[in-house]
Design a protein around this ligand. Structure first.
Ligand SMILES: [Zn+2]
Length: 185
């Protein structure tokens, strides 16, 4: 069991073992798993909690300090094992501490990360990154064109903006002997 931290300090996730009475583990303890009740807001209650035998867990679930909780990875008999359906057979891996099997822990972490970044926001972030990259290319191209002696008028035309906008957006640039002459061309 590991804790995962989000970027902004509001999110701290972990893969909790879930017990028949609804309590969940927050980590290993001497002789078992430390368990806490979950409030109606999804958050873990304060206090030291109790220690229970991790081998009595009914499954595992992602939890987060923000109150988010993921779907249950149900612990099942060997014949019902189906990873894609979140039905997990675990005997030897399920130790006293209640730790999730490694592949389940990885999958739960991925679920937790999705709650940090829903796909729609990932798309926005990627598009914004593409815009910033393209802006960087444009800035570099304009600098190169100025160095090449091109006027703000021609650069503006090429960039699809007015001369004045181009000059305000990208100028002033280091004055050179070509500078005044270029803007008269
Ligand atoms: Zn969270």
């Amino acid at each position: 069991m590991k804790w995962w931290e989000g970027d902004d300090g509001r999110h701290e996730g972990w893969d909790a073992a879930v017990f028949p009475d609804g309590r969940v583990s927050t980590g290993p303890a001497d002789g078992g798993a430390r368990v806490h009740p979950i409030g109606s807001d999804g958050r873990i209650g304060f206090g030291r909690g109790d220690v229970v035998d991790g081998r009595t867990a009914i499954g595992w679930r992602g939890h987060c300090a923000c109150g988010w909780q993921g779907p249950l990875w149900e612990r099942v008999a060997q014949v019902r094992h189906d990873f894609a359906a979140r039905r997990i057979y675990a005997l030897s891996e399920c130790l006293l501490s209640g730790a999730a099997p490694d592949d389940v822990a990885v999958a739960i972490r991925a679920e937790w990360e999705t709650h940090l970044d829903p796909p729609s926001l990932v798309a926005v972030r990627q598009a914004a990154e593409a815009v910033r990259r393209a802006q960087g290319h444009l800035d570099a191209a304009v600098r190169a064109a100025r160095k090449d002696g091109r006027s703000w008028t021609r650069i503006g035309e090429s960039a699809g903006v007015r001369r004045q906008y181009a000059q305000e957006r990208w100028g002033p640039d280091p004055a050179g002997p070509w500078d005044q002459a270029a803007d008269r061309r």
